[in-house]
Design a protein around this ligand. Structure first.
Ligand code: 5AD
Length: 343
C-alpha cells in the first residue's frame, strides 16, 4: 500500500514529499496510526534520546495590540484583568525556575510595546548576569534592529509561530498581520543567530490536511529548531468562540510526522494539547515530542493569560506524571521533589 511504501522510504532515509505527508496525516487505519507513532517514537529516541527537556514560561504581559481572531488576549477582547509584570516580579519568577534547576526560561507576552527594546534588553542582561540561563523570547513581531539588540542583550531563542502557511487562512485569522512580514521576521531571526522557533495550530477554519503538510515542510525548509504544534481551541469572547476544537489525533499525527521529517528538533508537548486531553502530554511524548513547557507565571496572573478555553496550567506535578508515564527521563540537573522514583 501507499502507506507501506512511505514507511520503507523512511527506513531508507529518503525525504518525504508533500503527497507522502498527506497520506500519513490522512490515515485513519488504527494499525497504520500505531506504526506511524512507533516510527516517530523510535526516531525521537535515536535522534534526541530519552531525556525530556523542561522549560519554564513566564507570561509577563497579557496586553496585546493585535486582534488575532482566535486569541483570547486579543486587543478586541474586553478582559477583566490586563496585567504587566514589572522587572522585579519577572526576576522573582526567574529565580524560582533557577531553584528548580531549570536552565531555559521563555518570556512570553502579547504584542505589548510598553516593554520597549531598551527595557527588555535591560531585563535580558540582568537575567544573564545573575542566572546564565538560556532565554527564549516569545513577544511577536518587531523590527530587525530590535531583534538584533535583543539578541546582543542575551536572547538565545525566539518563538514566533507561523500558525499556518496557508496565506489565505493566515490573512483571515490575523486581521493585523501580513503573511510576508511574518516570514520576513522568521528570516531575520535566523540571520541574527537565534535558535528559531515556530509552530502551527491544527483545526483552523478552512485548514486542510494539505495545509498541515505544507506547514511541516516549511519547518524543515526554514531550519526551524523548536516546533510547537497544538490544536486550535475556541476562546470565549473572540470571533471564533463557536468554532469546533482541533482534533487530538490530528495533532498527534502532525507531531509524529514532524519528528520524522524534521528529525533533530525540539518538539514540545504543547499546553494546548494538554488542555483538551488530560493525558495529552504523555501521548505527545510517546509520538515524537521531547519537551515540556511549564507555565511559570505567578499565580495571581495565570488565569488572566487565557489564550483559549480551559487553558491547562502545566505545573511540575503534571509534567513529572507525563514523563513517568511515558517511561522517559528528566535531565540530571533538575532539582525536583523526589517523586515515586523519578529524580
Ligand atoms: N487555540 C490554540 N492555540 C492558541 N494560541 C493562541 N490562541 C490559541 C487558540 N485559540 C497559541 C498560538 C500562539 C501561542 C502563544 O498560543 O499558537 O502562537
Amino acid at each position: 500500500t501507499a502507506f507501506q511504501v512511505i514507511m520503507n522510504k523512511i527506513e531508507m532515509g529518503h525525504e518525504l514529499t508533500k503527497d507522502d505527508i498527506v497520506v500519513l496525516l490522512n490515515t485513519e487505519e488504527p494499525k497504520e496510526i500505531e506504526t506511524l507513532y512507533s516510527v516517530a517514537d523510535r526516531l525521537r529516541k535515536e535522534i534526541v534520546g530519552d531525556i525530556v527537556e523542561i522549560r519554564g514560561a513566564i507570561e509577563f504581559s497579557n496586553y496585546c495590540k493585535k486582534s488575532c481572531n482566535y486569541c483570547g488576549i486579543r486587543k478586541g477582547c474586553d478582559l477583566p484583568h490586563r496585567y504587566r509584570m514589572d522587572e522585579d516580579e519577572i526576576m522573582e519568577a526567574v529565580h524560582q525556575l533557577v531553584e528548580m534547576g531549570i536552565r531555559t526560561v521563555i518570556l512570553q507576552s502579547g504584542e505589548d510595546d510598553y516593554y520597549d527594546t531598551e527595557m527588555l534588553c535591560g531585563l535580558l542582561k540582568k537575567i544573564k548576569k545573575v542566572t546564565k540561563m538560556g532565554i527564549t523570547l516569545s513577544i511577536g513581531e518587531r523590527s530587525r534592529f530590535d531583534y538584533l539588540l535583543l539578541r546582543e542583550a542575551g536572547a538565545n531563542n525566539f518563538l514566533l509561530k507561523i500558525e499556518t502557511t496557508n496565506r489565505k487562512i493566515f490573512e483571515s485569522i490575523h486581521p493585523d498581520n501580513d503573511y510576508d512580514q511574518r516570514i520576513q521576521c522568521a528570516k531575520w531571526l535566523k540571520e541574527l543567530g537565534y535558535v528559531n522557533g515556530s509552530g502551527n495550530m491544527i483545526g483552523l477554519p478552512g485548514q486542510k490536511i494539505e495545509d498541515i503538510a505544507e506547514d511541516i515542510l516549511y519547518f524543515k525548509e526554514m531550519g526551524i529548531h523548536m516546533i510547537g504544534i497544538g490544536p486550535f481551541i475556541p476562546a470565549p469572547g473572540t470571533p471564533y468562540e463557536d468554532l469546533p476544537t482541533g482534533s487530538v489525533e490530528m495533532t498527534l499525527k502532525a507531531i509524529a510526522v514532524t519528528r520524522i521529517v524534521c528529525k533533530n528538533v525540539f518538539l514540545p508537548a504543547t499546553t494546548a494539547l494538554a488542555s483538551i486531553d488530560p493525558d495529552g502530554q504523555r501521548k505527545a511524548l510517546e509520538v515524537g515530542a521531547n519537551t515540556i513547557m511549564l507555565i511559570s507565571t505567578p499565580e495571581k496572573y495565570r488565569t488572566s493569560y487565557q489564550l483559549y478555553k480551559n487553558k491547562n496550567m502545566i505545573d511540575i506535578e503534571s509534567a513529572l506524571e507525563a514523563v513517568k508515564n511515558s517511561n522517559r527521563k528528566l535531565p540530571k540537573y533538575l532539582k525536583l521533589p523526589n517523586k515515586e522514583g523519578i529524580q
